[in-house]
Design a protein around this ligand. Structure first.
Ligand code: GDP
Length: 634
């Protein structure tokens, strides 16, 4: 400001960095009279003008941040990038919230705002009543999981009062993979594909359509291995769980024991002050089923699930098959919008037209509103379960999408699946918001499971470890699926992975780390977690042999008549005896013979007699793994 208390307009404009013309406009807004650039303004007024400009600028900045947070006209991918959420994570959430998932579609500002608010992101309150009116209450989608023979099929069957369980024994059922149950006018959709593997595979493809999991536990048998697996899968997917204690009609039924067993695993019953509802039922007599449905209804009300039926149709494929007369058929849950016969849809890399549809009662339909289960016919191929479908607007869009798919497929270089090592996982964690290392632990005995868990818990590290699943037995495919779904790895102690699990792990780039000595396990994990260089004791498997029969030879001991299935068996080499995917003994090859001849080694495809040092308990069906070990820096 000037010394004499008088300032010319152009001087002020220069000072505040505005064009004089704009400054004059602002002065007019403030009602300050002036005669253009050369007008003289006193200090007091200059101060008022400057303060006003500052206010304007602050407001503009605020508006900018607001609009940055809730900018409209962006695609879901852009939305995901903006808020730093992985696209795969957002995909399933979007449809659950009633917004269609269609990658190329641009979201309106209202949709972005609604989505952000529903996802709990940091945005201003959202109260566009008109927009919210398009969302209506919807039926919940329920998946029944649990141990084999605990009554999942019978329960579903009793619920929908058809006879799937009986038919299953004699013939292939004609169900469409989902059923709709009505309770006092409200609907519940049950997915008929029980089993956690299907559930996890769907999850891996990007969508869990399920809102609620019903965990079935037989009251007479209590919690079993697959009960725990199911529980862990549901947990990993963050889906609420209702426990149905089944078979309460049986003499040995002990519902309290089931509660105790599951309470120990974090499902504390409501009556004990927890938040899990346990419903005693009998799929056989039908007792408790009404209560179960009522609880599902209450839970879904609590979840306050809604959808928009007037938007683009989108949903999830839950099953598909080829009918020899009518071709590919896909069962889908329509989660948003309304799907009509004649609509073009894209699902995965398939673009097709809906030729006909059936509802869960086998009725032919011309249109179906979200949310509902439907069987779709007319697609040129069968889509995979878990794949998301969405409606295309026209034949032109269908053509464009087809072209796009062809181009992408052509240009796609075969990606090599680099295994995700533990180090890579740890490095990846650095950039993630939630720093947690997820692991699946499998061991040979309950005792060793407890020991490994204790050891893992005691490892001092800045990265919290979460055991997402634990169990006794070999590493199987579902362990890999679970690790993959959570971005974790698998730790095996004295166990091995099945061929199927190995294959799956390779494809998905999941690391399976196995140890046979607890001290090594702890040492290596500790070093890895503390970011230190690991001197890994690298075991190189030289070969494997399958024991066909055994012979007792006096003075020598038991000889395993074996077939070399992999690599070679070498005399004096270190060896492990593996039974049911678990390492039962660590020893050496003491003797190696081919037709009575002592030999140094035997190659794959040949039979031989193997004697093991200090071990005579060898049995037909066991596997002998021969290895050499070296120490090297990782
Ligand atoms: P899933 O493998 O879990 O689908 O089990 P199923 O539904 O096939 O049932 C396994 C067996 O348990 C069948 O023989 C059923 O008849 C029987 N079962 C199922 N629920 C009940 C029940 O509530 N009470 C009794 N007593 N038996 C049941």
């Amino acid at each position: 400001m000037s010394k004499d208390g008088k300032n010319r307009v152009y001087e002020i404009a220069r000072e505040v960095g505005l064009k004089p013309q704009r400054l004059i406009e602002i002065m007019e807004e403030l009602g300050i009279k002036n005669k253009g650039n050369l007008s003289i303004i006193d200090d007091e007024t200059t101060k008022v003008i400057k303060e006003y400009i500052k206010e304007l600028r602050d407001k503009k900045k605020e508006d900018e941040t607001r609009s940055r947070k809730i900018a409209g006209n962006i695609t879901i991918k852009e939305f995901a990038d903006r808020f730093g959420i992985p696209l795969t994570e957002i995909r399933e959430r979007i449809m659950k919230l009633g917004l269609p998932y269609k990658p190329t579609r641009r979201l309106s500002r209202d949709e972005v705002h609604y989505l952000a608010a529903e996802l709990g992101l940091d945005v201003p309150e959202f109260e566009n009543a008109e927009f919210l009116k398009s969302f209506v209450k919807r039926a919940p989608v329920v998946t029944v999981m649990g141990h084999v023979d605990h009554g999942k099929t019978t329960l579903l069957d009793a619920i929908r009062k058809t006879s799937v369980a009986l038919k299953e024994k004699g013939q292939i059922t004609q169900t469409i993979g989902a059923s709709t149950v009505k309770i006092d006018g409200d609907e519940i959709i049950f997915i008929d594909t029980p089993g956690h593997e299907a559930f996890t595979e769907m999850r891996l493809r990007g969508s869990i359509v399920t809102d609620i999991v019903v965990l079935v536990v037989a009251a007479d048998e209590g919690v079993k291995e697959q009960t725990i697996e199911s529980l862990n899968h549901a947990r990993a997917a963050k889906v609420p769980i209702i426990v149905a204690i089944n078979k309460i009609d049986k003499p040995g039924a002990d519902p309290e024991r089931v509660k105790q067993q599951l309470a120990d695993r974090g499902l504390l019953p409501e009556e004990w002050g927890g938040s899990t509802t346990y419903v005693p039922v009998s799929a056989k007599t039908g007792s408790g089923l009404q209560d179960l449905l009522e609880i599902i209804r209450l839970q879904s009300e609590f979840l306050n699930i809604r959808t928009d039926v007037n938007t683009v149709a989108s949903g999830t494929i839950i099953e598909s098959r080829i009918d020899k007369n009518i071709g590919p058929l896909a069962t889908a849950i329509v989660q948003t919008g309304t799907l009509r016969v004649g609509d073009y849809i894209r699902v995965g890399n398939i673009v097709g037209r809906v030729r006909f549809m059936f509802d869960t009662f086998g009725k032919r339909l011309s249109a179906i509103k979200a949310i509902s289960a439907v069987e779709i016919g007319g697609l040129p191929d069968i889509p995979e379960a878990g794949e998301i479908f969405y409606q295309l607007e026209s034949a032109e869009e269908a053509k464009e999408e087809t072209k796009l798919i062809e181009e992408t497929l052509k240009s796609k270089i075969t990606e090599t699946n680099v295994p995700k090592t533990l180090e890579e996982l740890l490095k990846g964690l650095e950039s993630r918001k939630e720093k947690k290392l997820y692991m699946v632990i499998k061991t040979d005995t309950h005792g060793s499971l407890e020991a490994v868990k204790k050891a893992v818990k005691e490892i001092k590290s800045n990265i919290p470890i979460e055991i997402i699943h634990e169990g006794v037995g070999g590493i199987v495919k579902s362990d890999v699926l679970l690790a993959s779904a959570t971005g974790g790895f698998i730790l095996g102690f004295n166990v091995r992975a099945t061929a199927e699990a190995k294959q799956e792990a390779k494809q998905r780039g999941i690391e399976i780390k196995t140890y046979d000595i607890i001290f090594e396990l702890v040492e290596e994990l500790t070093k890895l977690l503390q970011g230190m260089v690991v001197k890994e004791k690298k075991e190189v498997v030289l070969g494997k042999a399958l024991v066909k029969e055994t012979f007792k030879i006096s003075d020598v001991g038991v000889i395993a008549g074996s077939l070399v299935t992999e690599g070679r068996i070498v005399r004096n080499a270190k060896a492990k005896v593996i039974r049911d995917n678990a390492v039962i003994y660590n020893t050496e090859i003491a003797s190696l013979k081919r037709f009575k001849e002592d030999v140094r080694e035997v190659m794959k495809g040949y039979e031989c007699g193997i004697g093991l040092k200090n071990f005579n308990d060898i049995k037909a069906g066991d596997e002998i793994e021969v290895y050499s070990s070296t120490e090297e820096e990782q």
